[in-house]
Design a protein around this ligand. Sequence first.
Ligand SMILES: [Zn+2]
Length: 357
Amino acid sequence: MDILSGRMLTADGFVDGYVILDDGRVTEIGEGRSPESPTAEGLIVPGIVDAHTHVADAGLRLTKRYSLEELVAPPNGLKHRYLSSTSHEKLLADMRGYSNELVQSGASRFLDFRENGFDGCRMLRQASDRAIILGRPVSDEFDAEEIDRILDVADGIGISSITDMDRGYIAAVADRVHRRGKLLALHVSERIREDIGFVLSLEPSFVVHMAQATDGDMRACAEADVPVAVCATSNLYFGIVPPIARMLRAGMSVGIGTDNAMLCRPDILAEAEAFSKVLAAQGGTVDQSIACAFKGGWKILYQESNMKVQTGMEADLVVIPRPENDPFSGPHIGIRRFGPQGAKKDAVQEHPRADRW
Ligand SMILES: [Zn+2]
């Protein structure tokens, strides 16, 4: 049995409270002081949804600076050459190691844009039971059978960008995804501004980046109730500052994402720290960062942002020994994870943690 005590995040903000866990489940929740001495004390928050990842490139080492196009543009960016020339076994081991560390750092689920078509999706399904997989077709032209095959194993489709693909192709994919009731997401306006009218006509579940978007583009997303995943560490690597305060002012719902595994460590609180620093520099508040980090991802995943810790549910909580007015500043020491353990340990190869750049 574990007793977590401290400031518990609820729909109304932080309140004094405790949670009792037994055998991986929540057995009691209460306000006020815990009845017995706690196993862990601090801010008690739900496991975080990492709203945008590419975990397959965790093993790619960058020895110099690259531009966005050199590194990630399909089909010939360094990352794509790496993915097609690396063995299945190594990619699988890297995905598994990175995913497990991400979950242990405080992530509950991660929404991954998985390259390499059906095979890529199947590999990630094997690597982690915490992945929400958004696959990507590899055919040159729309192939309904390929999309169906991908959607049999994946949770949806993640489109590289409307600049990289034929519009008719993307629209046909979107139609197929909606018919199957699955998720559709796209990178939008990362390097250059893209046509938000066309993007929204695809009825995406969410978009990623929106770094070059105008206020009008952001308002259009807010009105269509399309949330955005912001990837601060990744954007900053490419010299882009994500306009988070403007997104919030426009009424957008914002979640955080770690993006390419080659660019950041599997540490969701480090990403939340990077995000909150950018937002603070733009005049945003700690409460806004807390809402984006702890609720924004759930909104993206389930169109539902209230944390509901209920008795009987599977334990999926993080205890952060930090004050509530400064929850993200590192170093992230003493974080306790109560919940999903990720893939089985015996299948995990050691994963290098060194900084990538
Ligand atoms: Zn991405």
